[in-house]
Design a protein. Structure first.
Length: 145
């Protein structure tokens, strides 16, 4: 019996930037807004913080995560907005979704969450923003509220 080969969950920053340049992928930055303010944001990414993603999908946050997020539970509009943003990229745009965070750990978690609801063309960028900024410093810009 042939077992399906699982898709890898991670790709290199070089591959991620190449896919974005070709127009076949979109990037989601799962860092919190305060992190964007401290270290800048990626020009090629849309910000959807991981904790918002977790809450929108009905996953409980730890006390530390809730304190960091410091917000109420998402309402129906938050969930519709989140799913709409992912659908806009993944299905309507027929794009691969690339998740990125500071170092690559939270983005791996985001990929697992998205794949759990059948967004199978999601990948984490290995090494996160740290790896991308050392490879391509011009990809980072100042964050503005």
């Amino acid at each position: 019996m042939n077992m399906p080969i699982p898709l890898p969950t991670e790709m290199t920053p070089e591959t991620a930037l190449e896919l974005i340049g070709l127009g076949v992928a979109t990037m989601i930055d799962v860092r919190q807004p305060f992190e964007l303010a401290l270290s800048g944001c990626l020009r090629c990414a849309e910000s959807i913080p991981l904790f918002n993603l977790q809450k929108a999908l009905g996953h409980a946050l730890s006390e530390e995560e809730q304190e960091m997020l410091d917000s109420d539970s998402p309402d129906a509009n938050d969930i519709i907005s989140f799913i709409g943003a992912i659908n806009r990229h993944h299905y309507q745009g027929d794009k691969i979704v690339l998740c990125v965070c500071r170092s690559g750990k939270r983005s791996q978690h985001a990929v697992q969450l998205l794949r759990s609801i059948n967004y199978n063309r999601c990948f984490s960028v290995a090494g996160g923003v740290q790896a991308m900024s050392s490879m391509c410093p011009e990809a980072i810009e100042a964050y503005s509220l």
